[in-house]
Ligand binder design. Structure first.
Ligand code: ADP
Length: 407
């Protein structure tokens, strides 16, 4: 009995061991396969990073470079050996125009501290400096690197935008030159139209008079467009001079409104202008800021129906002077509001009512306000009205030597 029982136990143990062994073998095989797959995925990820045309940098939470791909090595004229472990803020010098960007304004710092994605385009005038000292314009996307719901660093994708910058400059130069060349013949057409309708040049029949007036109106619109294009190219090229003067904004608004008096009367618009009692004078360039008021007020009149109301209120809040322009006009359709400050944008509800307009005024107004250290924003409801606000620092604008001023 005993040997048979022993044999049975042995057989049983052997079977169990075989099963365990087979299962173990299967697990190990699977693990090997998984390992192989993971290694393959890692190799692919490595190959993608190495083959990217854009520069890639990964920083840790101390802003130390953890990874740099070959494209970034090339753009920055460096090597993995030299770059990895270095602090990005010291290693990668960054400028806006010709001013170094302070540490707390660096995209990486903003991305890490605020957890936001920071996009830099060519209009931001952002530059990096290579190890040999060459400064190049850069476009970049900087984002927090998130793993298991935790920010573990920063990932930055960038490229050398020298070619785009050159093309952008050529485009601005072309617009400036073409607009300049167009202005002289257009002024001549306008002048001859005026001569044509002048009784001293002989009498025209009513039809001829009507046609001549149409030519004059269309020419004036073309001159407006050409002037707007010229002004935009001047602002974009940074050649505008800034000549701040101590200015009472309320007086400036009143002066602009007096230039629009005819339009206000024709549309029977109620106009209310007021300000905080103790509004300080500010050191601003009245020509530049006058342009902003002119555009916002002209729009408010243009896009308000007869008998409507426009109010202007200027106030001081903390270190800013805020101008508010409210109208009871057509408003802006909700789904088009994100395009308001784009070049050539005209809302569909407006195009139906008002054929005149270039869609360049707000773009220019925003460029002027932002280059003056302020902000511009709005709130609007279709068929109810619109309010625009823009702020200017109480400290005023800094003077700047330039070659041109606005028309
Ligand atoms: P323009 O007035 O020459 O069309 P702007 O750049 O000044 O160009 O304005 C762009 C567009 O924004 C306008 O065409 C209009 O659709 C909208 N807009 C601007 N201001 C107002 C306003 N106060 N009320 C309603 N729509 C406005």
């Amino acid at each position: 009995m005993a040997p048979t029982f022993l044999l049975l136990i042995l057989l049983f143990t052997f079977s169990i061991l075989s099963i365990v062994f087979i299962e173990l073998h299967r697990i190990l095989k699977n693990a090997d396969k998984l390992h192989e797959e993971l290694r393959e995925e890692r190799d692919i990820a490595k190959a993608i990073v190495a083959s990217m045309g854009e520069g890639l940098l990964v920083l840790d939470t101390d802003y130390k470079i953890k990874l740099i791909n070959p494209a970034a090595e090339k753009f920055l004229e460096t090597s993995v050996k030299e770059a990895v472990g270095q602090k990005w803020a010291e290693f990668g010098k960054a400028y806006i125009g010709d001013k170094p960007i302070p540490f707390n304004k660096r995209s990486a710092v903003i991305s890490l501290t605020k957890g936001t994605v920071k996009i830099t385009t060519i209009t931001d005038d952002h530059y990096y400096v290579t190890r040999s000292g060459r400064k190049f314009p850069v476009v970049a996307i900087t984002a927090p690197l998130v793993h298991n719901n935790q920010v573990i660093g920063i990932v930055k994708v960038f490229r050398d935008a020298t070619k785009e910058k050159d093309i952008d400059r050529m485009k601005t130069d072309f617009i400036s030159l073409a607009s300049h060349q167009l202005r002289t013949p257009l002024s001549a057409i306008k002048w001859f139209c005026e001569l044509l309708v002048d009784p001293k040049s002989g009498t025209l029949n009513p039809e001829q008079k009507e046609y001549s007036k149409n030519i004059a109106t269309s020419t004036e619109r073309m001159i407006d467009l050409v002037n707007s294009l010229l002004n935009i190219s001047r602002i974009e090229s940074g050649r505008i001079m800034v000549e701040p003067k101590s200015t009472r904004l309320l007086e400036l608004v009143k002066e602009i409104v007096s230039q629009l008096e005819k339009k206000i009367e024709t549309k029977k618009i109620k106009f209310i202008i007021s300000s905080h009692e103790k509004l300080p004078t500010v050191n601003i360039d009245p020509k530049l800021i006058g342009h902003v008021y002119m555009n916002l007020l002209d729009n408010a009149i243009k896009y308000t129906t007869e008998g409507g109301e426009i109010t202007v209120f200027i106030s001081k809040k903390d270190q800013e002077i805020i101008s508010q322009i409210t109208d009871s006009g057509y408003g802006i359709p909700k789904d088009e509001q994100n395009k308001m400050f784009q070049k050539f944008f005209r809302a569909t509800n407006i195009v139906r009512h008002e054929t005149e307009g270039t869609g360049l005024g707000l773009y220019l107004a925003k460029a002027i306000v932002e280059s003056s250290g302020g902000k511009i924003w709005y709130r609007s409801e279709e068929n109810k009205g619109t309010t625009f606000w823009f702020s200017l620092p109480v400290s005023g604008m800094k003077p700047k030597k330039g070659e041109v001023s606005l028309d």
